[in-house]
Design a protein around this ligand. Structure first.
Ligand code: ASP
Length: 610
């Protein structure tokens, strides 16, 4: 291979095959850097020693494919290239065969400046020849292999489930496949193998896994792909702790394959705690949590400041702190709260900010000292206080609740973390896995989420998720309140969990419902009548009636894990043939219109687009 030769090979005959990475023509001598997946070797054509090969080498251009035989030679000390492993040797050519030529390329794999992404995706086969992409492909391979080996060592069986199936319950739009044999009927591509893996537990498989493609027709965001890969697993008779242990095990193996020794067990945090401390359900713990400073104050002090700041004293007064970022101008300080997700998500502000600690210390010296001490503020920290506005005349204020308010504060914390990343430096890799990879489990998610658009409660995870046994009575008492936004359904906790890394959700799972009577109640609470439930999931409800063991599982996004391990900026860097933000494959040019005949065969007629 082109990356293999070393000085100890000097004098040996070598046969190399690869691409012309670069050609330098010095007249009587031509150098070719011959490249394959493993590296490059310098190949020398000398006119005096081998005029025939030299003449042929004059016709070589970038990305021609060659076979070369020759003798390995140690380079003169002055011409050694220390930057590559083969830099101390070269191959003196005996024979050159041109296996294939190449047209002039739109860009070269060795270019240091990349073309725009459209070009890279259209000519993906050239893009994939680049070292960085080869590295990513190999990383993906290693990570998948490590996960497979770990899980099969734990007794998990890798089992395939169908792609041509019916709608699955992940709540996105389906990709449909029309049936020719049964015109007017459609298969759906699976949004996940959820029901199949549960059925595999009913089938006695006990431990299943699959590294599997899932398909969701969603509006694409930067970090989404219409088809993506999950590490999907399910086990019989587990407590959540057993699922956590399996996931921690395979993540340890995957990170090890990429050269990182991570520590387990991961931290645990309930959803409620995560919302209060970080304002979201995927906390980035590389930066300090928010601190509710009310506890630092006496009742009179709290009375005084909440009145002065016109904030609600029954909601937290959050101190947000960005270490090392305190040194900014007054003008810059005054822009806090005017940008980023804080400004743009969830409409008008209902948060009252205190962003001038100096003035605060002057106006309220005792209180300032107390809150700073309580929240461990250091002298060079940027910090501010956020309270829930108490101006009932503002409509948005009337709607705010604890969660709403904390979410808003959480956005502000992350916006500042982004903006001052250079100052706090917490996002930079240190080489210490305990600092670089902050994993945690977020547990006890709510069972139901209020869907504002549809005006009803929907499953926060999916409708097969089990609830806390103690919350069963609450479910029964409120089973017909799906359209009531104030319903206590919102307080019911699920046996659902997410694994989170550095502010990114890597995966979600849950303990499932294994009893048909409870499953029926959940459907009822979701406002799904018996008939609708039968129509959508009848096969599954029936399966539940034939001796279903308690079971649970999880699925993690493989693309995202590889992206983090490869240090890549986008999922498209670690998916060999990805789609664009408009769900287009630029290389094969899909999707495309199809011909009349094909449509007719499928019994499909297209409406004219106006
Ligand atoms: N099927 C779920 C998902 O794709 C994961 C799980 O519950 O195991 O999010």
């Amino acid at each position: 291979m082109c990356g293999a030769l070393r000085p100890s090979d000097a004098g040996k005959k070598a046969v190399l095959m690869g691409w012309v990475n670069r050609r330098r023509d010095l007249g009587n001598i031509i150098f070719i850097d011959l490249r394959d997946r493993t590296g490059v070797t310098q190949v020398v054509f000398n006119k005096e020693l081998n005029p025939a090969a030299h003449a042929k080498a004059e016709t070589l251009r970038n990305e021609y494919v060659l076979a070369v035989t020759g003798t390995v030679k140690q380079r003169d000390p002055s011409t050694i290239n220390k930057n590559i492993p083969t830099g101390e040797v070269e191959v003196l050519t005996d024979e050159l065969r041109i296996l294939n030529e190449s047209k002039q390329l739109p860009f070269l794999p060795g270019d240091t400046v990349l073309p725009n992404e459209e070009m890279r995706l259209k000519y993906r086969y050239i893009d994939l020849r680049r070292d960085a992409m080869q590295f990513n492909l190999e990383m993906r391979h290693k990570v998948s292999q490590a996960i497979r080996a770990y899980l099969s060592g734990q007794g998990f069986l890798e089992i395939e489930t169908p792609f041509m199936t019916r709608s699955t319950p992940e709540g996105a739009r389906d990709y449909l496949v029309p049936s020719r044999v049964q015109p007017g009927s459609f298969y759906a591509l699976p949004q996940s193998p959820q029901l199949f893996k549960q059925i595999l537990m009913i089938s006695g498989c006990e431990r299943y896994f699959q590294i599997v493609r899932c398909f969701r027709d969603e509006d694409l965001r930067a970090d989404r792909q219409p088809e993506f890969t999950q590490i999907d697993l399910e086990m019989s008779y587990p407590q959540p702790e057993q699922v956590y242990a399996v996931v921690e095990g395979f993540l340890t193996a995957a990170f090890k394959a990429a050269g990182h020794d991570i520590k387990t067990p991961f931290l645990r945090m309930t959803y409620d705690e995560s919302m209060r401390l970080y304002g979201n359900d995927k906390p980035d713990m590389r930066l300090p949590a928010m601190v509710d400073v009310r506890a630092a104050l006496s009742a009179e002090e709290l009375e005084e400041v909440t009145a002065k700041f016109r904030i609600r004293k029954e909601l937290p007064w959050q101190l947000i702190r960005i270490p090392g970022a305190g040194d900014i101008s007054g003008t810059e300080r005054r822009t806090i709260g005017t940008y980023g997700a804080y400004q743009h998500v969830q409409g008008p502000s209902f948060v009252q900010l205190m962003t001038d600690p100096k003035r605060f210390a002057k106006d309220y010296p005792a209180i300032s000292e107390k809150v700073m001490k309580y929240a461990h503020v250091e002298p060079d920290d940027l910090w501010l206080l956020a309270g829930a506005m108490n101006k009932p005349e503002i409509a948005a204020v009337a709607e705010q609740d604890l969660q709403h308010f904390c979410e808003k504060c959480g956005y502000l914390r992350l916006d500042l973390a982004q903006k001052y990343a250079d100052k706090h430096g917490a996002f930079k890799k240190t080489g210490d896995p305990a600092k670089d990879f902050r994993f945690l489990w977020v547990t006890d998610f709510p069972m139901f989420a209020w869907e504002k658009g549809d005006g009803c409660w929907t499953p926060a995870h999916h409708p097969f998720t089990s609830l806390h046994e103690e919350d069963m009575a609450k479910l029964e008492a409120n089973i017909d309140s799906v359209r009531d936004p104030k319903s206590p359904l919102g307080e019911i906790r699920a046996l659902a969990y997410d694994v989170v890394l550095n502010g990114t959700e890597l995966g979600s799972g849950s303990i499932r419902i294994h009893r048909q009577d409870i499953q029926r109640k959940i459907f009822q609470a979701l406002g799904m009548g018996e008939e609708e439930a039968r129509a959508r999931f009848g096969f599954f409800l029936e399966a539940l009636e034939y001796g279903t063991p308690p079971h649970g599982g999880i699925a993690l996004g493989l693309d995202r894990i590889v992206m983090i391990l490869a240090g890549a900026e986008s999922l498209r860097e670690v998916i060999p043939f990805p789609k664009t933000a408009r769900a287009v494959d630029l290389m094969v040019d899909a999707p495309t219109p199809v011909g009349e005949a094909q449509l007719r065969e499928l019994g499909i007629a297209l409406k004219k687009q106006s």
